[in-house]
Design a protein around this ligand. Structure first.
Ligand code: GLA
Length: 377
């Protein structure tokens, strides 16, 4: 279907088709730019790209979700932070790859099936689909960590969003049935089995439908606070200080910097605790830590919003083992680890609570750990 659409738009067949998924994050939020550990998994929604070389020295991109209108840019004119916003994600990857990818024109058609603005990393899915396709098309033989770094560089500099490296890493490295324990310091990984359906459990995703316009500004500002804490304390990274050592130096930081860095340091600990609990099959304990993470994101890091709080609180009130906001925050999605038998009740209670608060109706789906990026043909 994408290939035939490509032929219709660009007048030839694609040379390569690749896809990459969005993600949810079980725990480890806002620590992927602090050398922390994170535990995301890939969802089944993917973005697919079809690509072929062209001989007119242009990058031409079109999307099924944007009426297939072609945006064309001369390779020699490629400049960070320019062009139609959505096109900066695929072009940013090519820019970050540099002459390896930009020695010829390319035609790119995108089919993005990861919901936009829902905190499920539609941007990383698009970047990683392009990175995977181009890696194969030009036989670059780049490793998955290298591709993740390139996609992140494109987003940091070409798009201008100072994201960490979690979303790109999981989109590329995820395996079916597992959450990815990623050490963002060196991109080493461990695949952690997360096969909850046989246990009668479900990971419910609640998309609050809130798309906060200031998400990027708020994100960068929180990240800057953590970097300030590192500078004020004269350490290399928040990863290098224990909670007790950090507490002992509290007076060296202003209140806001302290609270935000406290989230980062305690969140790194929570990830490792959560992994230990998962490995021992203690989903009740795991759920409790997930809820603690939400409280810290809400109270210390201040990136939640009333809709996310209501979604998490209502899920917990009606029997979830744990619930929290995921991703950058200020809107987007929450997750709740629930007993599958409670699914309808919890969804209906969240729907009613949202209605009573005059919030937009939320959307729900159940997430299963899925495969990372792949070349389709
Ligand atoms: C966004 C960023 C990630 C990560 C999360 C918060 O999704 O893209 O790098 O920082 O927020 O954990």
């Amino acid at each position: 279907m994408l290939a035939s659409k490509f032929a219709e738009i660009f007048g030839k067949d694609p040379e390569i088709v690749a896809s990459a998924p969005g993600r949810v994050n079980l725990i480890g939020e806002h620590v992927d730019f602090l050398d922390g550990f994170v535990l995301p998994f890939a969802i089944s929604d993917v973005t697919t790209v079809a690509i072929a070389k062209n001989s007119n020295s242009q990058i031409r991109v079109a999307s099924l979700q944007k009426n297939c209108e072609i945006t064309a840019i001369e390779i020699s004119n490629i400049q960070p932070m320019t062009g139609e916003p959505w096109t900066r994600y695929p072009i940013g990857v090519l820019w970050a790859l540099g002459p390896k990818a930009l020695n010829t024109g390319l035609d790119i058609l995108v089919d993005g099936q990861v919901p936009l603005g829902a905190g499920l990393s539609s941007s990383a899915a698009l970047e990683c689909a392009v990175a995977t396709a181009v890696n194969q098309l030009f036989n670059l033989k780049l490793s998955l960590p290298d591709l993740a770094r390139i996609a992140q560089k494109g987003e940091n500099i070409y798009v201008g969003m100072p994201c960490g490296i979690m979303d790109q890493s999981v989109s590329l490295m995820a395996t079916k049935g597992h959450a990815l324990l990623l050490d963002t310091r060196d991109l080493s990984t461990e695949q952690i089995p997360f096969d909850i359906s046989p246990l009668g459990l479900e990971l419910l995703v609640i998309d609050t439908q809130v798309h906060h316009a200031l998400v990027d500004g708020g994100y960068a500002e929180r990240r800057a606070s953590c970097e300030k804490a590192v500078a004020d304390l004269g350490i290399k990274s928040l990863r290098d200080i224990t909670v007790a050592q950090f507490e002992a130096r509290k007076s060296e930081l202003d209140e806001k910097t302290y609270a935000r860095a406290f989230h980062g340091i305690t969140e790194m600990e929570r990830v490792l605790d959560a992994v230990a609990l998962l490995k021992s099959g203690d989903f009740v304990g795991f759920g409790e830590i997930v809820t603690l993470a939400h409280q810290s994101l809400r109270d210390n890091y201040t990136v939640s919003c009333p809709e996310l709080d209501l979604a998490a609180d209502t899920a917990n009130k009606f029997g979830a083992l744990g619930a929290r906001m995921i991703g950058g925050g200020f809107g987007g999605s929450a997750i709740a680890l629930i007993k599958a038998k409670d699914s309808e009740l919890i969804k209906s209670e969240i729907r009613s609570a949202f209605m009573a608060s005059k919030f937009k109706a939320p959307r729900f789906f159940s997430a299963l750990p899925s495969q990372g990026a792949c070349v389709i043909n």
